[in-house]
Design a protein around this ligand. Structure first.
Ligand code: BES
Ligand code: ZN
Ligand code: ZN
Length: 503
């Protein structure tokens, strides 16, 4: 899909569908005055150009402009567009970037199945702020993604939207930049979603590394992939213990971005869990629902997607991504419950449950990031079922050893419409990680599982400012939404990019 800005008068916009955002407003005195409720001003103009049809729909109650509600007028007279679509935005005081992102997405998912090839969205004048332009473009590109790469139906691509046009009153470089930013962000998030959607047989750790390398070459990032032997030399016993049960060898993927002109000496590490499939290992998972564990590399994929955008949007801070990629399998070479491994930073760990493997691979990647000179750490991981119990599928759980840093990450998330919730990390939780035979156990018992998992990681961050994002509940959209397909969400990509851009 292409996107561009068009600043011609609305009657001259040439598109299969011209979408007109309308705010929900209580109609002023009397039904006849319903038209006065039409806002933004562009909605009023579109209404007048096409004979008062939106006004009529509001008057009859067929359309009330509630969020994501729509009504379509075919072959309107007075405009070049083949359809006019009035699209509800809900109450104006409650309409955020996130709402516009969803509305643009809902418009695309409404029109695409109908064979519409070009969609124009009227953002004028109240909705023309650069952030809103970005949000609208993001919404359209994110909505366009389908997790159907392995469906062979020859007709599946017959219905495609070729062009998403943002209609503005006047040209501006700010709007051009916002459009580009929105497209890069959403395409990068879709890059992540496509990776997450790959099944375990097709996306092994080495394949993930190949995909990362190809992306790095395209975008100008530097890329290094450490193999098993190199990791052995570095003493990454914790990561390698998880990998040893699989015939598919592990990889530690490292992608680096250096700014043209750095504004500080800070060096941000983005660390993402890259378990290409999590069977649980010898502590094997129940078979029901196990197929979803192909998404256990969603943190790693989010980090890679963020780097793809960072390479193009060029923030003024150094950012390096670290993705420990492994497959967690049972087998004759697999690690056993009770095994004791030595991590790269020297601490020993008793592996009481081989299904708590995410933390075991993250900590060696974190130690490596610190040895590489990273000053700030953020990790993303589908780490625990417990975070799904705590926060459901709505919020990412955000854990930290540094409140200010977490506030920064949560602010970045908020700006991008990604919901994150501060979780506790009190020292009392550490008690649960005691091992009779090693420095630490890799699980903390029945209660507070998301916190003890985070507490375990904290033991390895060497006091660096660190935020851990548990995305187990949010990396997968369980049910399709009007603006998004079912499947991988690509959560955390936009937050990471925003964090780097606003450093
Ligand atoms: N990948 C899972 C986390 C997970 C579980 C995500 C369920 C989504 C749904 C992780 O590796 C895991 O298995 N964690 C265990 C930890 C436990 C053994 C302490 C869990 O959460 O059950
Ligand atoms: Zn597991
Ligand atoms: Zn896992």
């Amino acid at each position: 899909m292409q996107t561009r800005i068009d600043t011609r008068p609305l009657e001259q916009i040439d598109a299969d569908a011209l979408v007109i955002p309308v705010f929900e407003r209580p109609a002023p005195e009397g039904l006849a005055a319903a038209g006065e409720a039409l806002a933004p001003a562009s909605a009023r103009a579109a209404n007048e150009k096409a004979g008062g049809w939106i006004e009529e729909c509001l008057r009859t109650g067929e359309f009330s402009a509630k969020a994501l509600e729509s009504v379509t007028l075919h072959r309107p007279s007075g405009v070049r567009a083949r359809r006019l679509v009035a699209l509800g935005l809900g109450k104006p005081d409650k309409c955020t970037n996130a709402d516009l992102r969803k509305a643009a997405g809902a418009a695309l998912r409404l029109l695409k199945p109908k064979g519409v090839r070009s969609i124009a969205l009227l953002l004028d004048p109240e909705l023309a702020a650069p952030d809103l332009v970005s949000a609208a473009v993001e919404g359209a590109f994110l909505a366009d993604f389908e997790p159907d790469a392995y469906k062979t139906d020859p007709k599946k691509n017959e219905k495609a939207v070729d062009e998403f046009i943002v209609v503005l009153a006047e040209p501006s470089t700010k709007a051009d930049e916002a459009l580009r930013r929105g497209q890069i962000l959403a395409e990068s998030q879709n890059f992540t979603r496509a990776l997450v959607n790959e099944p375990g047989n097709r996306l092994t750790p080495l394949v993930l590394a190949d995909r990362a390398r190809a992306m790095a070459e395209e975008t100008g990032l530097s890329c290094e992939v450490l193999d098993r032997e190199q990791m052995k030399q570095l003493g990454m016993g914790s990561l390698l213990g998880v990998a040893q049960g699989s015939a598919n060898p592990p990889a530690l993927i490292v992608l680096s971005y250096k700014p043209p002109r750095a504004l500080s000496n800070d060096h941000l590490a983005l660390v993402g869990k890259g378990v290409t499939f999590d069977t649980g290992g010898i502590s094997i998972k129940p078979s029901e629902g196990m197929e979803k564990m192909k998404y256990d590399m969603a943190g790693g994929a989010a980090v890679l997607g963020a780097m793809r955008a960072i390479a193009q949007l060029k923030p003024s801070i150094s950012v390096t991504a670290f993705v420990p990629a492994v497959e967690n399998m049972p087998g004759s070479a697999a690690q056993r419950p009770g095994d004791i491994v030595t991590s790269m930073n020297g601490k020993t760990i008793e592996v009481l449950n081989t299904d708590a493997e995410g933390r075991l691979i993250l900590i060696d990647a974190i130690t490596y990031a610190i040895r590489q000179g990273c000053t700030h750490l953020v990790d993303a991981a589908t780490l625990t079922g417990a975070i799904v119990v705590a926060l459901g599928n709505v919020h990412v759980g955000a854990f930290t050893n540094d409140e200010d840093f977490r506030a920064k990450v949560i602010a970045a998330a908020k700006a991008e419409g990604e919901k994150m919730w501060a979780m506790p990390l009190d020292d009392e939780y550490k008690e649960q990680l005691k091992s009779a035979f090693a420095d630490l156990a890799n699980i903390g018992g029945r209660w507070g599982g998301a916190v003890t998992a985070a507490k375990f990681i904290e033991e390895f961050v060497e006091e660096k400012p660190w935020v851990h994002l548990d995305i187990a509940g949010t990396a997968w959209v369980e049910e399709a939404k009007p603006f998004l397909s079912k499947g991988p969400s690509g959560v955390a990509v936009r937050t990471f990019v925003n964090l780097a851009l606003n450093w």
